[in-house]
Design a protein around this ligand. Sequence first.
Ligand code: URA
Ligand code: SF4
Length: 248
Amino acid sequence: MSSPSGSATDFVPPRPTLAKLRAAAKGCRGCGLYKLGTQTVFGEGPRSAHVIVLGEQPGDAEDRAGRPFVGPSGKLLDRALDAAGIDRDDVYVTNAVKHFKWAKDARTKRRIHKTPSAGEIKACRPWLEAEIALIEPTVIVCLGATAAKSLLGRAFSVTKKRGVAIESHWAPAVFATVHPSAVLRAPREQRSLAERMFVADIRKVGQYLAKHATTGKRPGRPAHKFNEWPITAARSATSNASTRSSRE
Ligand code: URA
Ligand code: SF4
């Protein structure tokens, strides 16, 4: 049975911590995908992270491991973060949808990724909102159209706006780029260019961070905007700032 609200809302604990969220998300039945995926693949990384990397949904490897970005896309992401000088310890990785949506390929019998629907993304969003509210990142990096549209609206075009800082109520800067799986799937002759462009986008995130790290956690973010968040779990910005001052 799915939940009464038809979303993850019914499963998000009051006064959450990342550990509480992760534990509660294990039993989420906010949409039908819990029947399809092996397990909930919750976000991973420190609460002190300045960067949230947002993917679409776990892939085959992530579904088996129960951890985000451990497969081929994750390896490429790690290389790009490294090239951009972004410390992996400063990054929290998560997905717009936390269960793997797949269908069996009739010929190969392999599990083929299926794009989550708008309804599934919406159903899973309370988890993402709670993660963002706790971490209060300086930057969110959306990988691919699904992640970008889920935060920046359906009209958002990754092709037109990749690699640029977009101010939003989610974070002082939201960046979007292509999904690493698109780079990995690119035709042979385009592959190296696609990878260089992906890394170039992530480098822009690194530059933004280097520039804004000294000015505090929420550069240029008007305080009143915080109240506009559609999030009940939002904590005060000051308490988190104090836990990270030593890193800045
Ligand atoms: N692709 C995603 O979008 N997320 C993962 O966790 C892995 C691959
Ligand atoms: Fe819950 Fe999200 Fe999984 Fe749906 S995809 S069951 S909302 S965790």
